[in-house]
Ligand binder design. Structure first.
Ligand SMILES: CCC(=O)SCCNC(=O)CCNC(=O)[C@H](O)C(C)(C)COP(=O)(O)OP(=O)(O)OC[C@H]1O[C@@H](n2cnc3c(N)ncnc32)[C@H](O)[C@@H]1OP(=O)(O)O
Length: 221
């Protein structure tokens, strides 16, 4: 399915219900994923927003020949987690049939691939956790900052799904491929003390650190 066609299908699903959640570029350096009633999970509207945000960032990056400051992606603090994946309630029209699922996967795969390809440092600031598609979003960043009590979980298998937003391929590049497949097949949480954290977690922020500022770095600690 072409991305333009996928976008039309997702837009039709967005039009079927009340707007729930938004993804906003709050400044050229911060993207906020906000859907407070659904743990910042992505509704169809948010998927369209996210695609537009990345297009806008591509424009900035082209104009400025690469932005200097890192781009931080974070969940709305009121939603308590970074992102709970697809908003299964708002996405029900998409999840109901194969065409809808393919449209969602095609649009999000394209958006996250374009995010990953931006010529700037992309940081995922993960409070609470990143689940399902949220874990896939985390792999599209260059740097993952994890709150000490947060976790990254590819929960797809528990829902009879496989990662469709490009996260499996990216995880296989971040980790030894066998480990990536095992994490996906078993939905094992990756916490700061997980044996796989050194591959996936670049920095651990303590609970009282409000934001992953450069003061919390150096990356890799
Ligand atoms: C690409 C494929 C996918 O991403 S499929 C979706 C995969 N994601 C998941 O399965 C995550 C499911 N959610 C959870 O495990 C938990 O809600 C997590 C995120 C750990 C948060 O737990 P906790 O802090 O206890 O909050 P809670 O469970 O009470 O949730 C708060 C409200 O948010 C909702 N919520 C949560 N996740 C989603 C979701 N993915 N889609 C739609 N709604 C979601 C919960 O239902 C809950 O709503 P309510 O307060 O009961 O109305």
């Amino acid at each position: 399915m072409a991305v333009a066609a996928a976008r039309c299908v997702v837009a039709a699903a967005a039009a079927m219900g009340p707007t729930r959640g938004r993804v906003r570029l709050r400044s050229p350096t911060e993207v906020m994923v906000s859907n407070v009633e659904a743990a910042n999970a992505m509704s169809p509207t948010m998927m369209l927003d996210f695609a537009d945000v990345v297009t806008e960032l591509e424009g900035y990056a082209e104009d400025a020949q690469g932005l200097v400051d890192p781009l931080i992606i974070r969940g709305d603090p009121k939603g308590r987690v970074f992102c709970a994946g697809a908003d299964v309630k708002a996405c029900a029209p998409l999840l109901a049939d194969a065409d809808g699922r393919m449209a969602m996967a095609t649009l999000m795969h394209d958006t996250l691939s374009r995010l990953h390809a931006l010529p700037l440092l992309v940081v995922a600031a993960i409070d609470g956790g990143a689940f399902g598609g949220g874990a896939e979003l985390a792999t599209a960043a260059d740097v993952r900052v994890l709150a000490a009590d947060a976790r990254i979980v590819f929960v797809h298998a528990t829902r009879g799904m496989s990662p469709g937003w490009g996260g499996a391929a990216r995880l296989k590049r971040l980790l030894p491929p066998e480990a990536a497949m095992r994490l996906i097949l078993t939905a094992t949480p990756i916490t700061p003390d997980s044996p796989w954290a050194p591959w996936l977690v670049d920095c651990v922020a303590q609970a009282d650190d409000a934001s992953p500022t450069p003061a919390l770095w150096p990356i890799g600690d």
